[in-house]
Design a protein around this ligand. Structure first.
Ligand code: FAD
Length: 491
């Protein structure tokens, strides 16, 4: 295996000096993502410090870097906006290069006639959204990390936004893309409305979490933006199950609100403190051309009214609208959250997002809550446990479990004491009912122990992709694919 010094010596022949970052604080920051944020800021990280952060300026630069790493067993962690939540950016090998998309930051083309925009991997979603809004369009993509997340990461994690029920997840938006494989091969998947030229190869790349290739360029769809037509609906409701039934009927009837959500009492309390009255909340947002919005508004209200036994009180629509306008997380808000936690509160919040069909989602919700309340060893430290459904489909929905706790252990043990045991219960119950343990944050490194259970006999396909495209295993070691002798990172 190449030494770190030998790695740097070769890198200097491949790239300009200012494309290689060796600053210690930046390398320490690059050793982990938000998953171990508390340990990280308390200087208790157990992950190795990467050898360097490199800043490619073209797909050809990426090809040079990856070829070198592939031939010399150097681990590669692709990085974009750094908002990963599942350990996808955490480093598990000694000799690692973090390949950052920062200089791949150009909007290449906004084509409003063909309703497409092409960007490099390091373009922040908010930047593209601001540009297309000036022209009367939207990307339709709005994860809460929109002000920070970049296209490389958004595609690599199969991200989803708040308006997904109308526009879909990123997989419904990506038209074509460019990516680089470990052997240096650059593939360009062309931009067409649809094709039947074999399996859809975009899906090999979308969601690969940097384990198969590095994404350099993405083309996404554009949609006409009609903010003046937005309508909001809100109700206090009896319980989660009643809300899920309403969501199901709305989706099954064929309506497509942009937002359709149900919050448990506990989760409603932290989002809607002004008006939740200790109850669960059902909300809808409708957008699009006015005739569609008005018909959707009437249709959804008709369906809601058939569920009188689950309804408690209508909520003023302006309160829901105001809440939506303050939902996204800026870089400053992300930093303040960490600062508050490290300096003052010793209190953290975590989430696990799963999906299942309409019938099983309420069962999973109830079993999970019951098991956590009865089995979780540190239940006295839990300050909040609940969840919400926020992305619905014709055949089912997601559940975003949310849990907060006081940290009464060493920072380095936080995840193994609190988050991971809770997540284990959520994953076990979801898989037991046949759902997916991972709806939109990606598997990262800390759900990899369940990747095989998630896919069952279809793991064969996932494994085949790794063997074909990354036979030397240099791409994001430990991410998605379980690896032997990595148990110590879970402790
Ligand atoms: C406050 C907050 C709110 C969030 N809200 C949402 C939400 O609403 N919906 C949602 O889906 N997610 C959400 N997330 C999770 C996160 O924002 C998404 O997973 C996002 O897509 C990550 O993008 P990024 O640019 O920050 O990627 P990074 O964090 O840099 O990387 C994420 C993963 O993608 C890989 N990767 C990065 N760039 C590339 C590349 N160029 N080529 C190949 N692989 C690459 C990395 O190796 C890593 O595994 C949230 C996170 C935070 C912190």
């Amino acid at each position: 295996m190449l030494t770190k010094q030998a790695t740097l010596d070769t890198l200097n022949t491949l790239l300009k000096a200012d494309q290689i970052v060796l600053d210690h604080d930046k390398l320490y920051d690059a050793a982990a993502d938000r998953y171990k944020k508390y340990a990280k800021f308390k200087n208790q990280l157990d992950s190795p410090i990467p050898t360097a952060i490199v800043l490619p300026e073209s797909a050809e630069d990426v090809a040079k870097i990856l070829t070198f790493c592939n031939e010399n067993d150097v681990n590669v962690i692709a990085r974009s906006g750094k908002t990963a939540t599942e350990g996808g950016l955490e480093n598990w090998r000694d000799n690692t290069l973090v390949v950052d998309s920062a200089r791949l930051n150009k909007i290449i083309k906004i084509d409003t006639y063909n309703m497409e925009a092409t960007v490099q991997a390091g373009v922040c979603l908010q930047t593209l959204e601001d540009e297309v809004r000036k022209l009367g369009f939207t990307t339709g993509h709005s994860p809460q990390s929109k002000p920070v997340a970049q296209y490389g990461g958004l595609v690599a994690t199969r991200s989803i936004g708040q308006f997904s029920t109308l526009y879909g997840g990123i997989e419904d938006m990506v038209v074509g893309l460019e990516c680089v494989f470990p052997n240096g091969h650059i593939s360009r998947i062309k931009n067409v409305p649809r094709r039947a030229g074999g399996p859809d190869i975009r899906h090999v790349v979308i969601g690969n979490e940097g384990t198969l290739c590095f994404i350099t360029e993405v083309t996404v769809k554009l949609f006409t933006y009609y903010p003046e037509n937005n309508r909001f609906i809100g109700h206090l409701i009896k319980d989660v199950a009643s809300g899920i039934k309403i969501l199901r009927d709305v989706m099954a009837a064929g309506y497509r609100p942009s937002v359709a959500r149900v919050y448990s009492e506990e989760d409603a309390a932290q989002h809607f403190s002004d008006f939740h009255e200790g109850k669960c909340i059902l909300i809808f947002m409708l957008e699009g051309p006015s005739k569609i919005v008005e018909a959707t508004f009437d249709g959804i209200n008709d369906i809601i009214n058939t569920h009188q036994s689950g309804l408690l009180k209508q909520v003023d629509a302006s309160l829901i609208e105001n809440w939506f306008n303050h939902l996204n997380w800026s870089q400053a808000r992300i930093e303040k959250e960490i600062d508050d936690m490290v300096k003052y509160s010793k209190h953290d919040g975590f989430t696990t997002e799963i999906s299942a069909n309409w019938e099983d989602i309420p069962k999973i919700y109830d079993s999970v809550i019951k098991r956590i309340r009865t089995e979780f060893a540190r239940s006295e430290d839990l300050t909040m446990l609940g969840g919400h459904s926020s992305h619905s489909y014709i055949n089912g929905t997601n559940m975003y479990f949310v849990y907060n706790y006081n940290i009464n252990c060493e920072p380095r043990d936080e995840m193994s004491t609190y988050h991971h045991p809770i997540q284990r219960i959520i994953v076990e119950e979801t898989l037991k009912f046949g759902g997916s343990m991972c709806h939109h944050h990606g598997i990262g490194k800390y759900r990899n122990e369940w990747t095989k259970d998630e896919h069952g006999s279809a793991y064969y396909i996932l494994e085949g992709l790794k063997k074909t495209f990354d036979p030397n295993g240099i791409m994001n070691f430990g991410c998605i694919y379980p690896q032997p002798n990595t148990e110590h990172f879970f402790k």
